[in-house]
Design a protein around this ligand. Structure first.
Ligand SMILES: NC(=O)c1ccc[n+]([C@@H]2O[C@H](COP(=O)([O-])OP(=O)(O)OC[C@H]3O[C@@H](n4cnc5c(N)ncnc54)[C@H](OP(=O)(O)O)[C@@H]3O)[C@@H](O)[C@H]2O)c1
Length: 269
């Protein structure tokens, strides 16, 4: 499979969640490949910093788009604001965790997560997959999670939305392949990002936690190789492939309890 190229896919890469962590790391690699970047997030300063870094380090064009994807009509706003721009690569990364017992977390948090991960990704995927299909060019990386392979106690809504993204990327992979459009679902395991460190104390970060750069390197490689899905990290792949679903639920339950147990609303393993 050919490497991603602005000449074949289209010159702009749209990255949601580009202001931090895994999304930012993907934006850096795409800028290295020569793509101009539309960086989507909410934090003005971090977006400005990302865009300045990409321009300076890689000589590409980069623009920040401040949009709260937790708003119900955010995807339509995003699409309208870049009308006429040919998006060659779409990386769907935006998201945050809401750990806690299902009934202890505010319903509003869960509904926001559904807007970010499900509702607005659905609208964005429908739009950009449609345009890429017509052009017979483009590539889409959907960032799900190893948590999406099974239900994760105390990350119930997160794991359910990641499962939605996993199923969606698997289906789109097959639908769009005949049109020359690559779609890959990326499943990171624990990754040391600002998002993770906002939820987990340093001493509770699980062993084997990857860096965002390592995850993004594998994500882009998987997309370029035309893979349907890819679990980031050899250790994660080996472990998760070996375990049946019930054992994986137990593993994630222990991992989540070990990382968040200091919070009184979390179950002990
Ligand atoms: N870290 C892990 O261990 C891990 C493992 C598996 C999967 N993941 C998934 O990977 C993705 C990235 O997570 P990360 O760990 O890199 O977290 P992160 O460092 O907190 O980055 C999250 C990114 O998503 C953006 N975002 C969050 N909510 C948003 C909203 N309502 N509207 C617009 N942008 C929003 C953030 O932008 P602003 O801050 O600018 O709003 C930020 O750019 C998430 O979807 C997460 O579920 C992470």
């Amino acid at each position: 499979m050919p490497t991603l190229s602005p000449h074949r896919e289209g010159s702009w890469a749209l990255v949601t969640g580009a202001s931090s962590g895994i999304g930012r790391a993907h934006a850096r690699i795409l800028a290295q490949r020569g793509f101009d970047i539309i960086a989507v997030g909410r934090d003005h300063d971090r977006l400005a910093e990302t865009v300045a870094e990409l321009k300076q380090a890689h000589g590409v064009d980069a623009t920040a788009l401040r949009i709260d994807l937790a708003e119900p009509d955010a995807a339509e706003q995003l699409i309208a604001s870049i009308e006429g721009v040919e998006v060659g690569v779409f990386i769907a990364t935006a998201g945050k965790g809401s750990p806690g017992l299902f009934t202890a977390v505010a319903l509003a948090d869960y509904l926001e997560c559904v807007n970010v991960k499900v509702r607005n990704n659905l609208v964005l995927l429908h739009h950009f997959a449609g345009a890429m299909r017509v052009r017979r060019a483009g590539a889409i990386l959907v960032v799900s999670s190893t948590g999406g392979l099974q239900g994760v106690p105390a990350l119930s809504n997160n794991s359910a939305t990641e499962a939605y993204l996993l199923a969606m990327s698997e289906a789109l992979h097959h639908e769009l392949a005949p049109f020359g459009v690559r779609v890959t679902g990326l499943l990171p395991g624990p990754t040391r990002t600002p998002g993770m460190l906002a939820m987990v104390a340093e001493e509770d970060v699980p062993r084997g936690t990857m860096t965002p750069d390592e995850v993004a390197k594998e994500g882009i490689a998987a997309l370029e190789a035309g893979r349907r899905t890819h679990i980031a990290g050899r250790a994660n792949r080996t472990l998760l492939r070996a375990l049946p679903r019930t054992a994986r639920i137990g593993l994630f339950r222990r991992m989540v309890a070990g990382s968040f147990a200091r919070d009184a609303s979390m179950p002990a393993a």
